[in-house]
Design a protein around this ligand. Structure first.
Ligand SMILES: Cc1cc2nc3c(=O)[nH]c(=O)nc-3n(C[C@H](O)[C@H](O)[C@H](O)COP(=O)(O)OP(=O)(O)OC[C@H]3O[C@@H](n4cnc5c(N)ncnc54)[C@H](O)[C@@H]3O)c2cc1C
Length: 332
């Protein structure tokens, strides 16, 4: 397929606000478009979204495909899938990127199946690399049950589609003087579009200090085995003024709130200090804190892979070391 060298980003809006992960994905698209000498375009779907289209231009979108209709105010799985697929078929972008949040995870595979291209999900990075003398898009993701970091490139099918984890790229600085083209796309609802409808989007208040943007993150894994252990982790976080994150097993056991899951299915964080406690260090988890400035890992197993990705490793039982740390921090 010959493409128009555009790097597209699905710009998700919820209740009239652009999602941070979409702006971060736009930041990555800007980087990639420079490498392929292309242009960045955003696809924006919503109701009365003209101001958001301008906002996307200020963040660096050179084009915005704007589909505005009252019926599209909230995310509609069928309608959004059809609209984006038809736009891809019409304009044939080189790449199409989505934020890997809950809605991106629903929409991206549906679009990929519709336009018959490959999708690489939960990427921790996307870069142009030279393979066999050809410049190609390469995705970095944790693979094989988290035991390895895998690089994936696309075959000749276009667009190259990917979802990018939250925090994996930087949100660009907005600049009101940027100019861009806003292309209004007509929308005619079909019966299929609205077979399933989202009636309302309710914003949940965060149940804990968010890990994104926190200067210090204390993160617990399956080594946490009781409510007392949870209290211990929380106490350490409180003494340090840190946010509490965790691994998937810790999230599944409800020791850590869903929003603060660290890793490829959750958040990518870049704190000054990341303290991992009782987590083995699977790549699905450790890709979520590789941008941390300094990593301290505590685990009782000396062979745990976490010790290969930390700056300071402490082989100890958390029930011994964490109270000692809290005590020491309280007295300094
Ligand atoms: C597609 C896919 C996506 C995934 N996404 C994510 C993701 O986003 N985030 C994520 O975290 N996982 C994710 N996973 C799961 C991931 O592969 C690992 O299974 C998970 O990270 C392991 O969590 P853990 O380290 O808490 O548990 P374990 O691997 O069981 O490690 C527990 C650790 O605790 C230590 N320990 C036990 N007791 C103590 C103690 N008293 N003191 C000190 N140390 C102790 C043990 O020595 C061990 O190292 C994903 C998996 C798949 C297949």
């Amino acid at each position: 397929m010959s493409t128009n060298s555009e790097v597209w980003v699905w710009a998700e809006q919820r209740n009239g606000k652009l999602m941070d992960v979409s702006l971060q994905t736009l930041g990555k698209a800007l980087e990639l478009s420079q490498d392929i000498n292309g242009r960045v375009a955003a696809v924006l779907i919503g109701d009365d979204a003209g101001a958001l289209a301008e906002e996307l231009v200020s963040y660096g979108a050179e084009k915005v495909y704007l589909v505005a209709d009252a019926q599209l105010k909230n995310y509609q799985s069928n309608a959004y899938t059809r609209i984006i697929s038809e736009l891809i078929e019409q304009y044939q972008p080189e790449m199409m990127l989505f934020g890997a949040n809950i809605i991106g995870m629903d929409l991206a595979p549906a679009v990929a199946a519709r336009v018959r291209t490959g999708l690489t999900a939960h990427c921790s990075d996307l870069k142009m690399e030279t393979i066999d003398g050809k410049s190609q898009l390469v995705a970095t993701i944790p693979g094989f049950s988290g035991g390895m970091i895998v690089k994936i490139s696309w075959d000749e099918k276009r667009p190259c589609m990917a979802t990018l984890s939250s925090g994996a790229a930087e949100k660009p600085e907005p600049d009101q003087s940027r100019q861009g083209e806003i292309i209004t796309v007509d929308y005619q609802a079909t019966e299929e579009d609205l077979k399933i409808q989202t009636m309302e989007m309710v914003e949940k208040q965060p149940a804990a200090t968010p890990v994104e943007g926190a200067a210090i993150v204390v993160s617990g894994g399956k080594g946490i085995k009781s409510e007392d252990d949870v209290k211990l982790i929380q106490e350490l976080a409180d003494v340090l003024g840190a946010a509490v994150g965790g691994t998937r097993p810790a999230r599944d056991a409800q020791w850590v709130v869903e929003d603060n899951l660290i890793g490829s299915s959750g958040k990518t964080v870049s704190p000054k200090l990341f303290i991992s406690i009782g987590a083995s260090g699977a790549a699905h988890y450790s890709c979520g804190f590789q941008k941390a400035k300094y990593v301290i890992a505590i685990d009782k197993d000396p062979q745990a892979p976490i010790f290969e990705v930390c700056d300071l490793g402490i082989q100890a039982d958390l029930n011994e070391i964490v109270p000692a740390l809290i005590e020491a921090l309280k007295t300094t």
